[in-house]
Design a protein around this ligand. Structure first.
Ligand code: T46
Length: 184
């Protein structure tokens, strides 16, 4: 398992060690001992999520506020997505900075997203199955987010606007400048 720390503190790309033989392949998709050894981060995941989406579906940018903030370990088990996170940790030197990475069944890459990030993805393939671990439970009352086309963030989702499929709820998300006034 390879851990690549990004320029945003605590945000890691993880590449599993794949064992292939004449039957197919095997890899450990998560190992707490290895994770803690390489990142030094204690993370007790309590909930697994799974979403299926077709091409152009954009889910996010989402986060839960305050004590319900979630760290996530995300990966794509079929198809390909562009995953984007934004650092919303007020004290962070990279506050407001974003990071994107393609996560696919083929590259088997995972992204560990620490607490304090807004997270979203858009589907680049015909469809995608996206699974992820969270270290705190879903708490709808604490849900917030940032509108995907926020002008200040100017995120490149790589899918033409005309092809994007965004939920009504996500179309109502606040701008980045607004969430900076919220208690995160
Ligand atoms: C997130 C969540 C949702 N739900 C229910 C609530 C809704 O009735 C339905 C769909 O929820 P939502 O539209 O919020 O699903 P996504 O748009 O995929 O939300 C996720 O999208 C981005 C990519 C994230 O990083 C978050 O983990 C998460 O917010 O599932 C639950 O029952 N439990 C949950 O943990």
């Amino acid at each position: 398992m390879k851990f690549i720390e990004t320029e945003l503190q605590g945000l890691y790309i993880i590449e599993p060690r794949v064992f292939e033989d004449n039957r197919g392949l095997f890899f450990e998709s998560f190992n707490e001992r290895v994770f803690q050894e390489y990142t030094g981060i204690e993370c007790d995941f309590v909930q697994d999520n799974h979403s299926y989406s077709t091409y152009g579906v954009l889910r996010g940018l989402h986060f839960q506020k305050g004590e319900h903030m979630q760290a996530k370990l995300v990966r794509t088990i079929s198809g390909k997505v562009l995953d984007i996170v934004v650092d919303i940790r007020k004290e962070s030197p990279t506050y407001g900075k974003s990071f994107s990475v393609e996560l696919s069944a083929e590259n088997r890459k995972q992204l560990f997203v620490p607490k304090g990030f807004a997270h979203g993805f858009v589907v680049l393939s015909d469809s995608a199955e996206f699974v992820y671990k969270c270290d705190t439970f879903y708490h709808p009352a604490s849900e917030s987010g940032i509108i995907y086309n926020d002008e200040q963030l100017a995120l490149d989702w790589k899918v033409p606007e005309k092809d994007l499929i965004v939920s009504d709820k996500d179309l109502e998300l606040p701008k980045f400048e607004e969430i900076s006034l919220e208690t995160c």
